[in-house]
Design a protein around this ligand. Structure first.
Ligand code: KG4
Ligand code: ZN
Length: 356
């Protein structure tokens, strides 16, 4: 199948053209064209993503990104050879999502091609299929960690999802971004905090600073990150220091706490479910090398577990993962490919859940 995919749920505008065939568990994925423009720099001064600015930028960026993607693939802009268009319809910022949807609808009409609605979180889950070496064994557990989500999803089969744990307040990526802001670092803060934490780990074997691990002892799989963020704020206020060493240690103590809870709850879920064959860790925060290292250690206790992480560049938002999730949907529901089947139903859903 040839899929043109469009992602505009947050602050990345992305378009890709993929050729995908083969079984869902190990598809052959060829990326014919792939483009992405991040608006992070523009949103820096707001300390987060400003929805109407994101919308305006998506509107401006989509036409040139489409042209460039088609050019990379050697396709004509008038009648490109594709089977369908995949577009993110949620979750995300509604004004931003609508931009992608309206753009997809215009193209669908112009080219007489069907449109498949893609759940952004399903996109994150299947980003790991990009370079998969062995067929994905099911059932799987997904730890989804991004700027908007922190959830544990039981993947019983393709298309069958149950959320078994989620954050009760802030998402872990959001906590990274907020702590970064407190330290005077710009959005997105995750990679910057991670770099400071790494410097502290390299230079000092131990530090005399520890933050609480929220909900680590609760006997459910939910998370909470707002208390950890507040604990960091109080520490910064009470110490009133601004030297590099202090910032590095704060970043490290924050990351230690944030990651320990993620790994502990993931372990608990693996123990509770007992038949999980694959662990998927995806979403922007899955790019974090400390989290990757700690998650990989779980293999010591679950030696048969297949641990899958997104390929380089596919942790944070992109259009390739939306195309792959579109392929999964089209394979599970071929009726969605009849022209016009989905067009009227397309609607931006800011709070769309992966199990809806
Ligand atoms: O999945 P994503 O691109 O967008 C959403 O769907 O939210 O995730 C973005 C989030 C941001 O909060 C960013 O700070 C975080 O992922 N992030 C990281 C790293 N790279 C991105 N957090 C920690 N360490 C990283 N290396
Ligand atoms: Zn995302």
């Amino acid at each position: 199948m040839r899929i043109l995919s469009i992602e505009t749920s947050c602050d990345e505008t992305a378009v890709s053209l993929l050729e995908i065939s083969g079984p869902l568990k190990k598809p052959d994925i060829e990326v014919l064209g792939n483009t992405l423009l991040s608006q992070a720099k523009l949103h820096e001064e707001f300390g987060g993503v400003y929805p109407n600015l994101a919308k305006r930028e998506h509107q401006k960026n989509l036409p040139p990104l489409l042209a460039e993607t088609l050019k990379q693939a050697g396709e004509s802009a008038d009648t490109p050879y594709i089977d369908f268009i995949a577009v993110t319809t949620g979750p995300g910022l509604e004004p931003a999502l609508w931009t992608g949807i309206v753009f997809a609808q215009e193209l669908g009409k112009k080219w007489s091609k069907p449109i498949i609605a893609v759940n952004h979180m399903e996109g994150h889950v299947f980003s790991v299929l990009r370079d998969i070496k062995e067929p994905m064994a099911l059932p799987a557990l997904a730890l989804l960690v991004s700027g908007g989500h922190t959830e544990l999803v039981h993947i019983k089969d393709f298309g069958q999802y149950e959320i078994i744990g989620r954050t009760l307040d802030d998402a872990v990526g959001e906590a990274y971004d907020k702590v970064a802001r407190m330290l005077g670092l710009t959005y997105p803060g995750g990679p910057k905090i991670s770099r400071l934490a790494e410097i502290s780990r390299q230079n000092r074997s131990e530090i005399n600073l520890k933050f609480p691990r929220p909900m680590i002892g609760s006997n459910n799989l939910n998370f909470s990150y707002s208390g950890l963020k507040t604990a960091v704020l109080y520490k910064l206020k009470s110490e009133n220091r601004a030297d590099d060493e202090f910032k590095e240690d704060i970043a490290r103590a924050f990351e230690d706490a944030a990651v320990e809870v993620l790994v502990k709850k993931t372990r608990q879920a693996l123990e509770n479910l007992s038949d999980i064959k694959t662990l998927i860790v995806a979403g922007g925060v899955s790019a974090n090398s400390y989290l990757q290292a700690q998650i990989t250690k779980l293999k010591e206790d679950f030696p048969d577990l297949q641990v899958l992480l997104p390929a380089n560049g596919l942790s944070t938002d992109n259009a390739v993962m939306i195309g792959i999730a579109g392929f999964v949907q089209a394979t599970l529901h071929p009726e969605k490919l009849s022209t016009g089947a989905s067009e009227e139903a397309l609607e931006a859903k800011g709070n769309l859940s992966i199990n809806s």
